[in-house]
Design a protein around this ligand. Structure first.
Ligand code: G3P
Ligand code: MG
Length: 252
């Protein structure tokens, strides 16, 4: 059987648009992913949550207030309501028609542009196992029809464990706020492809010990070209950035 989840050897260019091109358009909206494409990025990162009705949506915060004019916990509302919200005006009124997209809408756009994705699983209220199952179901069906290169990441070890139990083929990234003693064991046990670290905490010494795990390292969120260059020099595989247009222009 064909593995629908094979990744290219390299993320190239080594720039992942964090929540889309999130300094040019409201994060995690279709506009942000279109702007990432226009910026020359081939890869985007986005956050997937589950609405009360079970629909998978692309949204970052636990609550609605920062990026919509509504209030309350995202997971308390059905998609029928969430889909009516203005998810763009907070960024700029010209984006007032941007909505909270469904996962399938984002996959559709990325397939159209032949882009690749890091799908971050945002578990909440103990739904780690359920959301991993649902995301796999949707993405697996998608990959049968319009495959794109993709991998899953999460701060939730339980969500990653669930993904790994469902499929030995998916590529996983462990997200860590800080490199810790349990890191190597978790990476091995989950057979992770990548380790994704907060860039502020990365030093050349950290990277020496991480390199012993032989995992590819990703760093977030890197908006300064000089810092990106330093991290690449140290062997970081790719960086997440809010400004793909800036980093890609510098690398050209
Ligand atoms: O995947 C890197 C980064 O997106 C993780 O943090 O809070 O931006 O989802 P956050
Ligand atoms: Mg994220």
């Amino acid at each position: 059987m064909v593995n629908k989840f094979i990744l290219p050897e390299k993320i190239s260019p080594p720039i992942i648009a964090h929540r889309g091109a999130s300094h040019l358009a409201p994060e995690n909206t279709l506009a942000a992913f279109r702007m990432a494409h226009v910026s020359g990025a081939r890869w985007v990162e986005f956050d997937v949550m589950m609405a009360a009705c079970g629909e998978l949506i692309v949204f970052h915060d636990r609550t609605l207030e920062r990026t919509t004019f509504a209030t309350g916990d995202v997971s308390d509302f059905a998609y029928e309501y969430l889909s009516t919200l203005d998810a763009g005006s907070w960024f700029d009124p010209i984006f007032r028609d941007e909505k909270i997209p469904r996962l399938t809408e984002v996959l559709n756009l990325l397939s159209h542009y032949k882009m690749a994705a890091n799908i971050e699983i945002k578990a909440s209220q103990g739904n780690d196992v359920e959301i991993a199952h649902k995301i796999f179901q949707v993405v697996n069906a998608w990959q049968s029809r319009h495959p794109i290169p993709l991998f899953f990441s999460s701060f939730s070890v339980l969500a990653l464990e669930t993904m790994r139990q469902i499929s030995s083929e998916v590529s996983l990234a462990l997200l860590l706020d800080q490199w810790c003693d349990e890191g190597p064991e978790t990476l091995e046990r989950l057979n992770c492809h990548y380790l994704s670290l907060r860039q502020e905490d990365i030093t050349s010494e950290t990277l020496q010990s991480v390199k012993l795990t032989q995992k590819k390292i990703l760093a977030w969120t890197v908006n300064e070209p000089a810092r990106a260059a330093q991290l690449f020099d140290w062997g970081v595989h790719a960086v997440f950035t809010d400004v793909p247009e800036v980093l890609i222009a510098k690398m050209a």
